[in-house]
Structure formats: C-alpha cells, structure tokens
Design a protein around this ligand. Structure first.
Ligand code: UFG
Length: 326
C-alpha cells in the first residue's frame, strides 16, 4: 500500500515526505516547477503535472494507493491577484481531477493542504475553524472552494478528507538536508536571512502604521516539521476511520515583522538593515491561529514552537546556500 503525495518536492511537501518515510511506501508526484528533485529524500518521485490525466490514471492503475496527501498548488497571494485564472485552474480544476481519479479507484482518504488565507481579514483573534470565511484573494478562495468540493464528495462518495489550514510555515528540517528555497522568494524569514548573508542589501517592512503593538503586521509562525507531523496524524486518523474535518495549524503566538527581524539579528548575530515601506496590498494586520481543535482531536502538539528555534533551523539551512549548492 502506498501514499501518494502531490507536491512532495516543494517546501512543505518535502518535509511531509520525509516524515512519512520508513512508515509508508511514498510516491511523490511533482512537476518540479517550484520543487526540487533533491528535496525528495526517499520513496519514488514521479515527475509530472497533476493536470496530466493520463499520467494520473497510470499512477492509480499501477500502484496500490491507499491515501493521498495533496499539496501541489500555486501559493502566492500577490500572483493570484494578477492571474486569478491560474489559481482557479491549478488549485481547483486539477484538484477536482485528482478527486475524480480517487473516486474511480475507490480511494477514500485525502489530507489537503489549505491555508489561513481562507479567512481573509480576521474579525476575531485567535482564529478558530468556526471563524467566518471571507478570502481576500483568489489563492485563499481556490483553497476554500476545494474544501467545499471535498465536503460534497464526502456526502456523495463517502470520500473522507482532513483539510489543514496552515498559518505561516517557517524553518527547515534541523538535519539541514531540506528547507525553504523559493524562486523568487517573497516570504519574510528567508528574505531577512538573505540580508544576513549579504545576498540582499536590506529588508523592506511592508507597512508600519497597522494597529498592532509596533505598527507592523503580526503573524503566527509554525515550524515546517510541526506541519509535517500534523499530516501524518491526519493520515493515520483517516485510516482509522475518522470523519472528515478541518484544522487550523499555528502556534497561537503572534510576532510582528519588527520582532521577526530582531529575532533574526539575535540568532544570526549579523547586521540587518531594515527600511520602512508601503503596505503590501491584501495583508491582514494580524493572523493568529487557535490550534485547539487539532490538539484535542488528533493529539497534535508543536515540537518546535519557539521563534528563535524556528529561525535557527532556517539559518542553518540558508547558510548552506539552498538546493543549488547541494
Ligand atoms: N513582509 C515584509 N517584508 C517582506 C516580506 C514580507 O514586511 O519583504 C511582511 C508581510 O507584509 C507580512 C509578513 O511579513 O506582514 C509575512 O509575510 P509572508 O509573505 O512571509 O507571509 P504571508 O503572511 O503574506 O503569507 C503566508 C503564506 C501564504 C498564506 C498566508 C496565510 O505565504 O500562502 O501566510 O497566513 F496564505
């Protein structure tokens, strides 16, 4: 029996794959647009796109797939505002094709990579799963739409799903073999680390007039390995017959952009030039998760909740120069 991981060569996917190895036979499907072959540390890697129906059919036909972990997606909020069709097509259409294939081959369990972006501008902090859904961009919306499709497929075909709504994924596997390496990079922590490594001159702080303790945006950073563990727990729960469910994943603690910069200064002991800049359109002032539900129902807990530790693991990885240097 095998687990199919779509997007398993990407940042979060590669950490999920590593967590599954030695426990399951893992098949990774990744088009390697953003992912790296070297990021897949074991199991089998099939290079191809989720939208390739023939390939999908071949994978399901030739393997005994027990469950699917579906991470393959585009995930840039800014890009989704410029090119919404790309997000509805890649994140929704292609995901529906995957579900159709699961129905055809009678595969009943899927763990889905969702996002805090489904909530939009929060009305209440911390954000629980009951918080109103109001995505402010096509990225978050495409993820939410697919959650609704899974809900419907559960009702019609008894296909069970667990959707994990990640807050801000950060850090790298402490072993140092895999980590975050986006091209182009848009995320705060890797960009600050680039400044620490003199690869960038400075970090721009997008907005200093938010109604937060120091005027900059607050985010809930969660270590990528803690996210990966949640996938394993979700998979096991589904295999044991658990009903479909949706869980937030964060540490319940918010840090401002300035606090993150200060933490990187402390961890790296490097000079980091920061410069005030205009707000980035679409950024909510504060995003903090309540992860109470997944703690109670799946017994999930964070192993690396501390921001210093999260940044230390990312620093360890970034000093090595990413996948190009591997
Ligand atoms: N930021 C800066 N300067 C930068 C980059 C980011 O000030 O150069 C700020 C942003 O404005 C934001 C914070 O740092 O306030 C974090 O930004 P990231 O781009 O690292 O992450 P986001 O919170 O925008 O987005 C992340 C994921 C999304 C997901 C979202 C949900 O990348 O996929 O979390 O919480 F939708």
């Amino acid at each position: 029996m095998s687990i199919l991981v779509t997007g398993g060569a990407g940042y979060i996917g590669s950490h999920v794959v590593k967590t599954l190895l030695n426990k399951f036979d893992v098949i990774t499907l990744d088009n390697l647009n953003k992912g790296y072959e070297k990021a897949v540390l074991g199991g089998r890697l099939i290079k191809g796109d989720l939208g390739d129906k023939k390939l999908l059919k071949k994978i399901f036909e030739n393997n005994n797939i027990e469950a699917v972990i579906h991470l393959a997606a585009d995930s840039l909020v800014g890009e989704s505002m410029k090119n919404p069709a790309k997000y509805y097509h890649n994140n929704l259409d292609k995901s529906i094709k995957l579900l159709e294939m699961m129905v055809e081959y009678n595969i009943k369990n899927i763990v889905f990579s969702s996002t805090a972006a489904v909530y939009g501008e929060p009305q209440k902090i911390p954000i629980t799963e009951e918080h109103p859904i109001c995505p402010s961009n096509p990225y978050g919306e495409s993820k939410y739409f697919f959650e609704k499709v899974m809900e419907r497929y559960d009702k019609i075909f008894d296909l069970k799903y667990i959707s994990l709504r990640y807050f801000n994924a950060a850090g790298a596997d402490p072993a140092g073999e895999i980590g975050e390496d986006h091209k182009p990079e848009t995320h705060l922590i890797p960009l600050i680390l680039d400044v620490a490594l003199n690869k960038r001159e400075k970090i721009f702080i997008f907005g200093t007039d938010y109604s937060t303790r120091d005027g900059t945006c607050v985010r809930d950073y969660i270590h990528v390995n803690d996210l990966a563990t949640a996938h394993l727990l979700a998979l096991r729960a589904l295999m044991q017959g658990k009903e479909s469910s949706i869980y937030n994943l964060g540490n319940g603690q918010g840090y401002t952009v300035r606090e993150v910069i200060e933490t990187v200064r402390r961890v790296t002991n490097r000079n980091i030039i920061a410069e005030k800049a205009k707000r980035r359109p679409g950024d909510p002032a504060r995003l903090i998760a309540s992860s109470q539900k997944i703690k109670e129902e799946l017994n999930w807990s964070a192993n690396l909740p501390d921001l210093d530790t999260i940044i230390e693991t990312a620093w360890h990885w970034h000093k090595k120069g990413g996948f190009d240097k591997k």
